[in-house]
Design a protein around this ligand. Sequence first.
Ligand SMILES: *[C@@H]1O[C@H](CO)[C@@H](O)[C@H](O)[C@H]1NC(C)=O
Ligand SMILES: *[C@@H]1O[C@H](CO)[C@@H](O)[C@H](O)[C@H]1NC(C)=O
Ligand SMILES: *[C@@H]1O[C@H](CO)[C@@H](O)[C@H](O)[C@H]1NC(C)=O
Ligand SMILES: *[C@@H]1O[C@H](CO)[C@@H](O)[C@H](O)[C@H]1NC(C)=O
Ligand SMILES: *[C@@H]1O[C@H](CO)[C@@H](O)[C@H](O)[C@H]1NC(C)=O
Ligand SMILES: *[C@@H]1O[C@H](CO)[C@@H](O)[C@H](O)[C@H]1NC(C)=O
Length: 390
Amino acid sequence: MVASLLFAIHSSLAALLMFVTVHQSEAIGWSKQPTKPTILVEGINNTDQSLVWEFFLESNETVQNVLLQRKKPGEKNPTTFASRLAGSSFTLLDGTYRKEYGTSLPNTLILRNVTNDEEFIYLIVVNYIKNNVAQPRKSDQVELIVYVPPKITKEPVKQSEVDVGQNLMLSCEADGDPTPKIIWTKDGVPFKQFNSSGSDLHLTNVQRGNVGSYRCTATNAYGSTTSIAVVNINCPSNHCQVQYVGITILSVEWDMAFANNRSVKQEIFKANLSSAISRLYSMPHNAEKQLFKLTVVTFRRRSSTCMAVVQLQFQKDVDDPLKPLRDDISDGYLRMFKVERQLDLNPIPTTSSRPTSSRAESKHIQRRGIVGEIILILLFQLFQLFLPEL
Ligand SMILES: *[C@@H]1O[C@H](CO)[C@@H](O)[C@H](O)[C@H]1NC(C)=O
Ligand SMILES: *[C@@H]1O[C@H](CO)[C@@H](O)[C@H](O)[C@H]1NC(C)=O
Ligand SMILES: *[C@@H]1O[C@H](CO)[C@@H](O)[C@H](O)[C@H]1NC(C)=O
Ligand SMILES: *[C@@H]1O[C@H](CO)[C@@H](O)[C@H](O)[C@H]1NC(C)=O
Ligand SMILES: *[C@@H]1O[C@H](CO)[C@@H](O)[C@H](O)[C@H]1NC(C)=O
Ligand SMILES: *[C@@H]1O[C@H](CO)[C@@H](O)[C@H](O)[C@H]1NC(C)=O
């Protein structure tokens, strides 16, 4: 009873003292503080960011020292990692801090490269003297939040070839902060039409209408990323006809997509084109000409255009299988692509990317290549034979 009374008195005294100290320390004031909270995004603005404080003093106040501290949210006691005396620059107290931070006068902390697992609350503490009397420390704090745009951590299988009637599951997982939302689309059609549960897409009893490009897109407030999976159907033996067709693309996106041969953009460009075609063939009015397989075999670049060589596989008895494509491009567009109105019906696929169906021919070419190499080696040896005498 007595103890709790004493405790109550003690607490109110403490509160009173705290009020007095807070009141006293109001002499020194901030003229600049970091944004609270400070938000950074990995890969966008998480490097070389500055937390800047400025304060002003009354004429009878002088700074003793300034400390920079940090603590994890929820932690009680911060750790001092840098300090300076009045008039001199900061010293970072440990080698590891020197890698993480830079400083500049008067009170700037430079965050070199912060990641999501280095979210701290940063504090600045100013110890100062007023009329030769040391004053309670003056401090300010800012919480640092680091968000992460989505990254796909498990990509769906890029190419699947399944038999009619089989089931297929495409799986796509992504990390990020906030946790990204994953949606699936097929040839631009939203996921709701599919049996997709979270990150997995279940295709049950696969039919020709399922042929196409499936995209898993992971999105949060700080970005979005896509992975593409192509689904084709194995043609029952002797049931299919193969058509090669050249589509000349006039829109200029291709140029950027090819700036780097192995770029993601090129993959997306390919998928966009596949989607445009497979979407066309999965429309109800083209049901009789549904595709078994669609492959963008290669691109042939000319100065201002680009020809896509596409292999299409249809059931053997499909009549005029290219009609949907011909009709669609008669206005000069294949969805978003500006194209030549005429299809090239005999584009000869280049050997390097020719699909396996024409193995005999590529073997033949390979053999020719080997013969060429042998001749070159012979010529080289002859040359070496005569060289000493020159
Ligand atoms: C970093 O970028 C994000 C997103 O664009 C923005 O909200 C934030 O304010 C930026 N942070 C700084 C310190 O510029
Ligand atoms: C400190 O200086 C200010 C003016 O700069 C003055 O108003 C104040 O009374 C001084 N404080 C003391 C404790 O002398
Ligand atoms: C930042 O750190 C991450 C890993 O901690 C690293 O992958 C990245 O390259 C660094 N960025 C810069 C600009 O130093
Ligand atoms: C969705 O896929 C799951 C897993 O394959 C399956 O159990 C379920 O029956 C499917 N639902 C529909 C409506 O197809
Ligand atoms: C891309 O590949 C083609 C051959 O496939 C080559 O001629 C071209 O120089 C390459 N371009 C770049 C930028 O690597
Ligand atoms: C692919 O299509 C999307 C729209 O569906 C578009 O935003 C993107 O720019 C296209 N990319 C290329 C390289 O064609």
